[in-house]
Ligand binder design. Structure first.
Ligand SMILES: [Zn+2]
Length: 156
């Protein structure tokens, strides 16, 4: 069993991954390496204001309201939940489709951006109570005590 990993994501994208159906995380580099498996999603200390107004914002509007586990889409500095990292691939900057999606004008997700790495995500499980935690760069291993707390609070 691999240790639980943690990924810091700015709000409202962290919330969107756990509660809004966001199934791709766009990154300029492949920070996952060969790792596949569960990752805890941590809401970073800063927010991405574009998240409320761009194409993601459009998708978010209906499902971003409310609270869960003591947090909202604006809450920062907490672990919100766990999601499975199922794959990593790159999309060319000028591509009209994502090669992984296997068709013309097709993307692996409506959340995917061109010119970056796509971390594909599935099975988001919010924590019954979010856990305050400091941020981390890249995809880090969670300390055992925090990982145990996450697994204790994760919903199925
Ligand atoms: Zn893709």
């Amino acid at each position: 069993v691999s240790p639980l990993r943690i990924l810091t994501v700015r709000q409202p994208w962290a919330w969107a991954i756990i509660h809004g159906g966001k199934d791709v995380e766009n990154r300029v580099r492949n920070l996952a390496g060969n790792y596949r498996g569960p990752i805890a999603i941590h809401a970073g200390l800063s927010c991405d204001d574009r998240g409320w107004i761009d194409k993601g914002g459009y998708h978010l509007t209906r499902r971003m309201g409310g609270t869960f586990g003591g947090a909202t889409a604006s809450t920062t500095g907490v672990i919100l939940g766990v999601v499975n990292l199922t794959g990593v691939h790159h999309a060319d900057r000028d591509a009209l489709e994502c090669a992984e999606a296997g068709g013309h004008d097709t993307w692996c997700s409506k959340w995917a951006d061109p010119g970056v790495w796509h971390l594909t995500l599935s099975n988001p499980r919010p924590l019954a109570e979010t856990i305050p935690y400091k941020g981390a760069l890249g995809l880090r291993t969670l300390p055992d005590d925090v990982a145990a707390l996450v697994l204790e609070r994760v919903t199925s």
